[in-house]
Design a protein around this ligand. Structure first.
Ligand code: 2AM
Length: 176
Protein backbone atom coordinates (compact mmCIF):
# COMPACT_ATOMS: atom_id res chain seq x y z
CA UNK A 1 0.00 0.00 0.00
CA UNK A 2 1.01 3.61 -0.59
CA UNK A 3 1.92 5.27 2.72
CA UNK A 4 3.03 8.65 4.03
CA UNK A 5 3.42 10.40 7.37
CA UNK A 6 1.47 13.60 7.85
CA UNK A 7 -0.01 16.16 10.18
CA UNK A 8 -3.78 16.27 9.85
CA UNK A 9 -5.38 19.67 10.23
CA UNK A 10 -8.26 20.85 12.41
CA UNK A 11 -11.48 22.28 10.94
CA UNK A 12 -10.58 25.89 11.62
CA UNK A 13 -7.22 25.55 9.87
CA UNK A 14 -8.83 23.76 6.93
CA UNK A 15 -11.47 26.44 6.58
CA UNK A 16 -8.71 29.11 6.30
CA UNK A 17 -7.21 26.99 3.51
CA UNK A 18 -10.51 26.63 1.65
CA UNK A 19 -10.89 30.43 1.82
CA UNK A 20 -7.50 30.70 0.10
CA UNK A 21 -8.75 28.23 -2.53
CA UNK A 22 -11.86 30.40 -3.00
CA UNK A 23 -9.60 33.44 -3.55
CA UNK A 24 -7.81 31.52 -6.30
CA UNK A 25 -11.10 30.49 -7.92
CA UNK A 26 -12.28 34.09 -7.85
CA UNK A 27 -9.10 35.01 -9.77
CA UNK A 28 -10.11 32.43 -12.42
CA UNK A 29 -7.42 29.90 -11.53
CA UNK A 30 -8.49 26.45 -12.74
CA UNK A 31 -7.00 23.05 -11.91
CA UNK A 32 -7.45 20.12 -9.54
CA UNK A 33 -8.29 21.70 -6.20
CA UNK A 34 -7.56 19.51 -3.13
CA UNK A 35 -10.85 18.52 -1.50
CA UNK A 36 -11.09 19.77 2.09
CA UNK A 37 -10.71 16.24 3.52
CA UNK A 38 -7.38 15.82 1.69
CA UNK A 39 -5.66 18.91 3.13
CA UNK A 40 -2.62 17.89 5.22
CA UNK A 41 1.11 18.47 5.75
CA UNK A 42 3.34 15.63 4.53
CA UNK A 43 6.34 15.02 6.79
CA UNK A 44 7.71 11.95 4.99
CA UNK A 45 6.57 10.15 1.85
CA UNK A 46 7.14 6.39 2.08
CA UNK A 47 5.37 5.19 -1.07
CA UNK A 48 4.64 1.48 -1.63
CA UNK A 49 5.35 -0.46 1.55
CA UNK A 50 3.64 -3.70 2.60
CA UNK A 51 3.58 -3.42 6.39
CA UNK A 52 1.91 -0.43 8.12
CA UNK A 53 2.51 -2.05 11.54
CA UNK A 54 6.26 -1.69 10.99
CA UNK A 55 5.75 2.02 10.35
CA UNK A 56 3.48 2.44 13.38
CA UNK A 57 6.13 0.75 15.56
CA UNK A 58 8.71 3.23 14.25
CA UNK A 59 6.37 6.20 14.82
CA UNK A 60 5.58 5.08 18.35
CA UNK A 61 9.22 5.72 19.29
CA UNK A 62 9.05 9.43 18.42
CA UNK A 63 9.03 11.83 21.33
CA UNK A 64 7.72 15.38 20.78
CA UNK A 65 5.82 18.00 22.72
CA UNK A 66 2.66 19.71 21.39
CA UNK A 67 3.50 22.80 19.30
CA UNK A 68 1.75 25.47 17.24
CA UNK A 69 1.78 25.88 13.47
CA UNK A 70 0.71 29.08 11.70
CA UNK A 71 -0.27 29.59 8.06
CA UNK A 72 2.16 31.90 6.29
CA UNK A 73 2.48 32.64 2.61
CA UNK A 74 1.70 31.12 -0.71
CA UNK A 75 3.99 29.49 -3.24
CA UNK A 76 4.20 27.03 -6.10
CA UNK A 77 6.20 24.08 -7.37
CA UNK A 78 5.53 24.58 -11.07
CA UNK A 79 1.78 24.09 -11.52
CA UNK A 80 1.26 22.87 -7.92
CA UNK A 81 0.06 25.74 -5.71
CA UNK A 82 0.51 25.60 -1.96
CA UNK A 83 -0.06 27.46 1.28
CA UNK A 84 3.06 27.85 3.42
CA UNK A 85 3.72 27.71 7.14
CA UNK A 86 5.69 30.02 9.41
CA UNK A 87 9.12 28.50 10.00
CA UNK A 88 9.35 26.65 13.29
CA UNK A 89 12.29 24.69 14.62
CA UNK A 90 9.89 22.27 16.32
CA UNK A 91 8.24 21.33 13.01
CA UNK A 92 11.65 20.75 11.35
CA UNK A 93 12.72 18.72 14.35
CA UNK A 94 9.56 16.57 14.13
CA UNK A 95 10.31 15.92 10.46
CA UNK A 96 13.87 14.90 11.37
CA UNK A 97 12.67 12.62 14.18
CA UNK A 98 10.06 10.97 11.93
CA UNK A 99 12.55 10.42 9.10
CA UNK A 100 15.23 9.11 11.49
CA UNK A 101 12.73 6.68 12.99
CA UNK A 102 11.93 5.37 9.49
CA UNK A 103 15.61 5.11 8.55
CA UNK A 104 16.44 3.27 11.80
CA UNK A 105 13.65 0.78 11.08
CA UNK A 106 14.91 0.25 7.51
CA UNK A 107 11.74 1.77 6.00
CA UNK A 108 12.51 3.64 2.76
CA UNK A 109 11.18 7.18 2.20
CA UNK A 110 11.63 10.07 -0.21
CA UNK A 111 14.68 11.99 1.01
CA UNK A 112 13.73 15.21 -0.78
CA UNK A 113 14.30 18.28 1.40
CA UNK A 114 11.29 19.20 3.54
CA UNK A 115 9.49 22.36 2.41
CA UNK A 116 6.57 22.97 4.77
CA UNK A 117 3.49 23.30 2.57
CA UNK A 118 -0.13 22.32 2.11
CA UNK A 119 -1.18 21.57 -1.46
CA UNK A 120 -4.13 23.75 -2.47
CA UNK A 121 -4.33 22.62 -6.09
CA UNK A 122 -2.46 20.70 -8.76
CA UNK A 123 -2.28 21.35 -12.52
CA UNK A 124 -3.06 25.04 -12.02
CA UNK A 125 -4.20 26.92 -15.12
CA UNK A 126 -4.35 30.70 -15.24
CA UNK A 127 -3.84 33.67 -17.55
CA UNK A 128 -2.42 35.94 -14.88
CA UNK A 129 -0.40 34.57 -11.94
CA UNK A 130 -2.67 35.06 -8.90
CA UNK A 131 -2.08 37.15 -5.80
CA UNK A 132 -3.00 35.40 -2.62
CA UNK A 133 -3.05 36.64 0.96
CA UNK A 134 -2.53 34.28 3.90
CA UNK A 135 -5.52 33.79 6.17
CA UNK A 136 -4.52 34.30 9.80
CA UNK A 137 -4.79 30.98 11.57
CA UNK A 138 -2.87 28.68 13.90
CA UNK A 139 -3.41 25.29 15.47
CA UNK A 140 -1.77 23.00 18.00
CA UNK A 141 -0.16 19.83 16.69
CA UNK A 142 -0.64 16.97 19.13
CA UNK A 143 -0.19 13.93 16.88
CA UNK A 144 1.48 12.60 13.74
CA UNK A 145 -0.50 10.29 11.46
CA UNK A 146 0.35 7.39 9.22
CA UNK A 147 -1.77 7.86 6.09
CA UNK A 148 -2.69 5.52 3.26
CA UNK A 149 -3.30 6.86 -0.22
CA UNK A 150 -5.68 5.08 -2.65
CA UNK A 151 -6.61 6.06 -6.18
CA UNK A 152 -10.25 5.62 -7.07
CA UNK A 153 -12.85 6.90 -9.51
CA UNK A 154 -13.37 10.06 -7.47
CA UNK A 155 -9.61 10.81 -7.36
CA UNK A 156 -7.10 10.20 -4.61
CA UNK A 157 -8.39 9.33 -1.13
CA UNK A 158 -6.36 9.50 2.08
CA UNK A 159 -7.17 7.33 5.11
CA UNK A 160 -5.54 7.52 8.53
CA UNK A 161 -4.03 4.11 9.40
CA UNK A 162 -2.84 5.14 12.87
CA UNK A 163 -1.28 7.99 14.81
CA UNK A 164 1.34 8.73 17.46
CA UNK A 165 0.45 11.24 20.17
CA UNK A 166 2.79 13.93 21.48
CA UNK A 167 4.22 13.49 24.92
CA UNK A 168 2.82 15.95 27.41
CA UNK A 169 5.44 16.32 30.07
CA UNK A 170 4.35 18.04 33.28
CA UNK A 171 5.84 21.48 33.86
CA UNK A 172 8.80 21.63 36.23
CA UNK A 173 7.56 22.05 39.75
CA UNK A 174 9.48 24.54 41.87
CA UNK A 175 9.29 23.69 45.54
CA UNK A 176 9.83 26.40 48.10
P1 2AM B 1 2.38 17.14 -1.56
O1 2AM B 1 2.76 17.02 -0.10
O2 2AM B 1 3.23 18.11 -2.28
O3 2AM B 1 0.92 17.43 -1.73
C1 2AM B 1 0.61 11.76 -0.71
O4 2AM B 1 0.97 11.51 -2.03
C2 2AM B 1 1.26 13.00 -0.19
O5 2AM B 1 2.70 12.83 -0.15
C3 2AM B 1 1.00 14.24 -0.99
O6 2AM B 1 0.75 15.25 -0.05
C4 2AM B 1 2.27 14.47 -1.76
O7 2AM B 1 2.61 15.71 -2.22
C5 2AM B 1 3.32 13.94 -0.79
N1 2AM B 1 4.56 13.50 -1.46
C6 2AM B 1 5.80 13.86 -1.10
N2 2AM B 1 6.71 13.25 -1.87
C7 2AM B 1 6.03 12.52 -2.77
C8 2AM B 1 6.41 11.67 -3.85
N3 2AM B 1 7.70 11.45 -4.16
N4 2AM B 1 5.43 11.08 -4.57
C9 2AM B 1 4.12 11.29 -4.27
N5 2AM B 1 3.70 12.06 -3.26
C10 2AM B 1 4.63 12.68 -2.51
Amino acid sequence: MRLFIAINLDDNFKSALTSMQDDLRSQHVGGNYSPIENLHITLAFIGEYPDPDDVMDALAGIDFEPFDITLDGFGNFGDLFWAGLAKTEVLSSLVKKSRHALADAGIPYDRKKFTPHITLLRKARYNKFPELKTRQTSMKVTSVSLMRSDFGKGGVRYTEVGYAKSTNKPALEIKK
